[in-house]
Design a protein around this ligand. Structure first.
Ligand SMILES: [Zn+2]
Length: 320
């Protein structure tokens, strides 16, 4: 993730980009902002900057250190989360303090990402203060908190406070379009709106929805193979709970039947589900099915009544 891909917060991004260019980032940064404002993402970008070994602008995104940072396996990036039991209690903070004085393993700097520091008790914050007062060289601390005021004044005054704001639905949509270039904009807009601009939530919504659509498509396919109409009718009615979901399921169903065609010609690089299903239905039946799915997708683009559409879909899919 690069700074430019972070949603909203234009002014903040500009300041940080300048500081990165001039290599003037302070050794301790406290990022404050409500849930979904991108604190963790920014913290990870800063960590990547600190370990990057690229020649030009940092983070370069391509050096071995950047790659490891992106994969979350860089040995010089340490993460502790205040919402996880014991990770930021006084004992843990003392360990972080000693670890900060150890030389980096691979990079030029060691980074400590401390998430949800609003959960730190005053005693733990005081223990942390010592390392902020006499910071070892080549160390970057990045703290994230819902509000800077959750931290002791003494801690606050020794960090640079960055305030982040969550993106609007429109701004979130722009980010999602970059992340999911092949996804339909209607689905992206829906995810951006229903997550209230929270990018992380929108991403998991989109990913989970994809899985759910795939599962539903496989269930429909299996129901198609049964002689009785009823099992399929149940599935198609569940699939049309809303237009976007129905469109997604039909898309997956088309993909699945196309994969089955491939599998029936002996192609190896198809999903397990397709391999399993391919043997159960003739190629001719698969072609008819694809034609009918296309027909169903076209009809869905008109303002059809979804209550009737489920029943119609069942009938059209059953055509041989
Ligand atoms: Zn790099």
């Amino acid at each position: 993730m690069l700074l430019s891909e972070l949603a909203a917060n234009a002014e903040l991004k500009y300041d940080i980009a300048e500081a990165m260019k001039n290599r003037t980032l302070p050794h301790a940064i406290l990022i404050e902002g409500v849930k979904g404002s991108g604190k963790k993402t920014l913290a990870q970008i800063l960590a990547q900057y600190a370990v990057c070994s690229g020649e030009g602008n940092r983070p370069c995104g391509v050096c071995p250190d950047c790659i490891k940072a992106q994969k979350g396996i860089h040995p010089d990036i340490f993460i502790a989360d205040g919402t996880k039991s014991g990770e930021l209690n006084i004992e843990a903070v003392r360990q972080i303090r000693s670890a900060a004085y150890i030389k980096p393993n691979e990079a030029q700097n060691r980074v400590f990402l401390l998430y949800n520091t609003e959960k730190m008790l005053a005693a733990a914050q005081n223990a942390f203060l010592k390392v902020l007062e006499e910071p070892p060289p080549n160390v970057l601390f990045v703290l994230t908190s819902v509000s800077a005021t959750a931290m002791l004044q003494t801690v606050r005054s020794r960090t640079r406070i960055l305030t982040m704001y969550p993106p609007t639905a429109e701004e979130a949509l722009q980010v999602l379009q970059k992340m999911f270039p092949e996804e339909e904009s209607e689905k992206l807009a829906e995810a951006a709106t229903s997550s209230g601009g929270n990018i992380g939530e929108a991403v998991s919504l989109l990913n989970n929805k994809g899985e759910e659509e795939k599962q539903m498509a496989a269930d429909i396919f299996k129901a198609l193979l049964q002689t009785a109409e009823y099992p399929l009718l149940i599935q198609t009615n569940q699939a049309v709970r809303d237009r976007a979901f129905a469109a997604g399921v039909l898309e997956r169903l088309y993909e699945l039947s196309a994969e089955c065609v491939k599998a029936s010609y002996g192609a190896a690089e198809v999903s397990e589900t397709a391999k399993e299903l391919a043997g159960t239905v003739s190629k001719k039946r698969l072609c008819t099915l694809q034609e009918n799915i296309t027909k169903a997708r076209d009809l869905l683009n008109y303002n059809v009544n979804l209550n009737l559409y489920g029943t119609w879909l069942c009938a059209v899919l059953r055509q041989n």
